[in-house]
Write a protein of this length. Structure first.
Length: 445
């Protein structure tokens, strides 16, 4: 069997970057991603907009109608912030996004432009990736036809002459349709389908965890054990760990004991007469404290640790097509420090690193916590990205922390948390040791 005959068994390494070409407050910006990416910046700098770009790509990858994917309120995710119209930069009728997925055979790139007015449809899309003949555009759209809502696109089949064309529905991501429209009868066709399937399965593995404590306080069916975005079924997820993986459950209890300032014997899973479950703290002489009486911070901590410990196998990733062992995971958590005492920052970051090593999980977080920033190791700084607003254009911008002017000098004077809160890092090209600009960009202090 040739090297390229084994493409279906290639391990995906994760998402390398998200390109915010024309999306919300961004123009031609790149969000680089690492095993641990920490996105920092002032409120209203555009951090949530950057995360929404990744969310939009993930939703489109599932192959649903664009409007349904981004505006539906029937599913557990709800609509993307601002809805479909909110994705478009001011003064435009379209938005454009892209991303790169790493594989052992080389990167796969996706670029897509979505028109919102007068009709919602894809007007441009290109998928580029490794093939037996080298890197090729394996899918490239032609002119959109607003009258019929469809467009033609060519796909790489590896034969001499022109690549064949196929008619696609313009209301859905073309890459998601390619495996259904193309019969891979040639090596080139096999390569093209593999690139599309790899891109789709990777984007489907993006999971935005947004724990809502008041939703976690009720009994839930025990069979509903894949943790949802809001963690409303946390009790069932923990109950499933208790039944199926005792070592993992003990690890969860150990982490919980480290969070509390009082004695915790274990984490119990209580059951109602109907067989539904609710977690409770077994506090020894004090008895059981059910989820309905637990603090918001403790419930949020349990949701985050459960997602990190179980990886993709314990999360509700929706109707994905990839096999579990082939799926990468990108876990997105906004304001990781919410509900946590500053002393827990290093513990949580250690758990994030362990999850990355054990479950091939990439983690993308936002934070305003100096304690959490100080807990980052020097090697983590390559994954710190500063989001800020350009004063002249009003557009959001993204810059790696390590690329900011004055970074080496400032870091020699203290931890990252101290440097940020005291404004000791200069982002301007001037060498006058005025560090106030960096403090203004981050808004942490």
């Amino acid at each position: 069997m040739s090297l390229w005959g084994s493409l279906s068994r290639v391990t995906v390494q994760g998402i390398e970057e998200v390109r915010l070409t024309a999306f919300k407050s961004f123009r031609n910006q790149v969000l680089p991603l690492a095993p641990l990416t920490t996105l920092i910046g002032r409120n209203s700098s555009g951090k949530s907009n950057a995360l929404d770009g990744l969310e939009v790509l993930s939703r489109l990858a599932r192959g649903d109608d664009i409007t349904e994917a981004l505006e539906s309120r029937r599913g557990p995710e709800g609509a993307v912030r601002g809805g479909l119209a909110g994705c478009v930069p001011h003064g435009s009728d379209r938005f454009a996004l892209g991303c790169t997925v790493r594989t052992q055979w080389g990167p796969i790139d996706l670029e897509v432009t979505v028109q919102v007015e007068p009709e919602v449809q894809i007007i441009k899309e290109r998928l580029t990736g490794p093939t037996a003949e080298g890197r090729r555009h394996v899918l490239e759209s032609g002119e959109a036809n607003p009258q019929v809502g469809d467009l033609w696109a060519t796909w790489h089949n590896g034969k001499r002459g022109r690549d064949p064309s196929v008619r696609f529905r313009g209301s859905r991501l073309l890459t998601s349709q390619l495996p259904l429209r193309v019969a891979p009868e040639t090596q080139g066709g096999t390569d093209s389908v593999w690139c599309a399937e790899t891109m789709i399965s990777t984007l489907e593995g993006v999971f935005h965890l947004d724990p809502v404590p008041h939703l976690m306080r009720q009994y839930v069916p025990s069979r509903d054990s894949n943790l949802r975005r809001t963690a409303e079924n946390l009790s069932a997820a923990v109950g499933n760990i208790e039944r199926t993986d005792k070592p993992l459950f003990r690890r969860l209890v150990e982490l919980l004991r480290g969070l509390a300032d009082h004695e915790i014997e274990t984490l119990a899973v209580t059951r109602s007469d109907l067989g539904d479950v609710m977690i409770a703290l077994n506090e020894g002489p004090l008895g059981l404290t059910p989820a309905r009486e637990m603090s918001d911070g403790m419930l949020r901590f349990l949701a985050i640790t459960t997602s990190l410990l179980t990886g993709g196998g314990g999360l509700d990733l929706g109707h994905t097509k990839a096999e579990q062992n082939e799926r990468s995971l990108m876990l997105v958590i906004e304001e990781l420090e919410n509900g946590l005492h500053p002393s827990q920052a290093s513990e949580v970051l250690g758990l994030v690193r362990q999850a990355g090593a054990a479950n091939s999980t990439e983690v993308l977080i936002t934070t305003h916590s100096p304690a959490l920033l100080s807990a980052l190791d020097a090697e983590d700084h390559d994954g710190v990205v500063v989001c800020w607003r350009d004063r002249e254009s009003g557009s959001s911008r993204l810059t790696r922390l390590t690329e900011l002017d004055g970074y080496p000098t400032a870091m020699a004077s203290g931890s990252l948390g101290e440097v940020v809160t005291q404004g000791r890092l200069d982002t301007s090209p001037r060498r006058d040791r005025d560090y106030s600009e960096f403090d203004r960009l981050l808004g942490i202090g």
